[in-house]
Design a protein around this ligand. Structure first.
Ligand SMILES: [Fe+2]
Length: 382
């Protein structure tokens, strides 16, 4: 047992090791699991951290034959094939989930109107470590963030979005324009109010993050609204757990179909990971077609969807703000819902540009910020 209260010892019975803490909790570490975590330069490329060997070539009957402490955080392990390696105990603890990964982005925190307001960050400030840290911290906790005072000529979003990630092009284009126009191909291009929704639920994969960038706005109304899907799902779970379970279970077909683009994907409205945490919510009431199921299941589905949409329309669940020229909104399209209040499209001009990026970009920025104190988005050869 070291000062931090953790101990690693050989496990004679299983051939691997046993990790334990002061409270007596134990986890058995398989010898191959340990060996695959060797991080010495002979086994792991020091630059890209890719293995320099094929792990399937390791002996299937591999065992730990000796284990010795070599310092507060260092354990030396000898394996039955003669290989010896030093391990960082704290790294093994992170791998086991016993201590937090210091580079892990902040976990999402559900919010409502009462505590959902977020401080907008000035554009000049995001070039600093503290500014980028504050912006990304808010984004990961709340699922959205706002930058103010950005350059806002048409097309500037292309460069702004690439501060955070690589643009995901779709049939809407690399950048899309949200302005009122006749014979609109989507309700977004009218002055009508838009109920809170997630974008493009019919795509595989669904776009991860959406940007909306205001170039011009002289109309009254047309406020942007954001609703936290995590808070919606938590409320649904608390009020009607059977409905929540059904929405996480029944497959729903989403489809966008025009003459030039037919895209379709099928998924439950609520997607969870193996720990039950929310992965994504698809809420787009004009586009969802639940697959056939027993009547009692569909009763629960329709009741759950109605409850979810009623919650999503509740002003107590939303934050709203006007779009001013230069305002850049970045939102997690898998978690937050967005909408807008109505405006008179004949009374003035309102022009937004939008685009999508994947989650990888901001997650990588956060990790490089935590490791090096600098947010870096690198382009590297495959
Ligand atoms: Fe939208």
């Amino acid at each position: 047992m070291n000062d931090s209260g953790f101990e690693l010892r050989a496990n004679a019975a299983g051939g691997g090791a046993i990790l334990s803490d002061r409270a007596g909790c134990e986890i058995t570490l398989h010898p191959l699991w340990l060996r695959e975590r060797v991080s010495e330069p002979a086994s792991l490329d020091p630059l890209n951290h890719q293995r320099l060997y094929e792990p399937n070539d390791l002996p299937a009957e591999l065992a730990v034959v000796a284990l010795a402490r070599r310092g507060e955080d260092v354990v030396q392990i000898s394996f039955s094939d003669g290989y010896e390696a030093r391990f960082s105990l704290s790294r093994l603890l992170v791998e086991c989930g016993w201590i937090a990964d210091p580079e892990l982005p902040p976990l999402p925190e559900g919010w409502t109107r009462r505590n959902g307001e977020i401080r907008a960050i000035e554009y000049q400030h995001i070039g600093t470590r503290d500014g980028m840290h504050e912006l990304l911290d808010g984004f990961f906790r709340r699922g959205f963030c706002i930058v103010r005072g950005t350059p806002h000529a048409p097309g500037d979003l292309d460069r702004l979005a690439q501060i955070f990630g690589y643009i995901r092009e779709t049939n809407w284009g690399r950048l899309f324009n949200v302005i009122s126009k006749p014979a609109a191909s989507d309700l977004a291009y009218t002055g009508l109010a838009l109920a809170a929704h997630t974008d493009n639920p019919y795509r595989f994969p669904v776009p991860g993050i959406q940007f909306l960038h205001c170039l011009d706005n002289t109309v009254a109304g047309g406020f942007s609204t954001i609703v936290d899907g995590l808070a919606l799902v938590e409320r649904l779970q608390a009020e009607a757990p059977e409905e929540a379970a059904t929405l996480a279970q029944l497959p729903v077909r989403f489809r966008y179909d025009t003459s030039s683009c037919i895209v379709e994907d099928t998924s439950p409205l609520i997607e969870r990971d193996y720990l039950g945490r929310l992965v994504g919510l698809r809420l787009s009431s004009r586009l969802d077609y639940v697959l056939p199921a027993e009547n009692d299941q569909l009763d629960l589905f329709y009741a759950g969807r109605r409850r979810l949409q009623r919650l999503a329309a509740d002003p107590e669940m939303a934050v709203s703000f006007p779009f001013e020229p230069g305002l850049l909104l970045m939102m997690d399209n898998r978690r937050t819902l967005h909408g807008r209040t109505a405006y008179d499209s004949a009374a003035g001009r309102r022009h937004l540009q939008g685009c999508y990026i994947d989650h990888d970009g901001p997650r990588s920025l956060w990790r490089t910020l935590m490791r090096d104190g600098e947010a870096k988005l690198g382009r590297e050869a495959a």
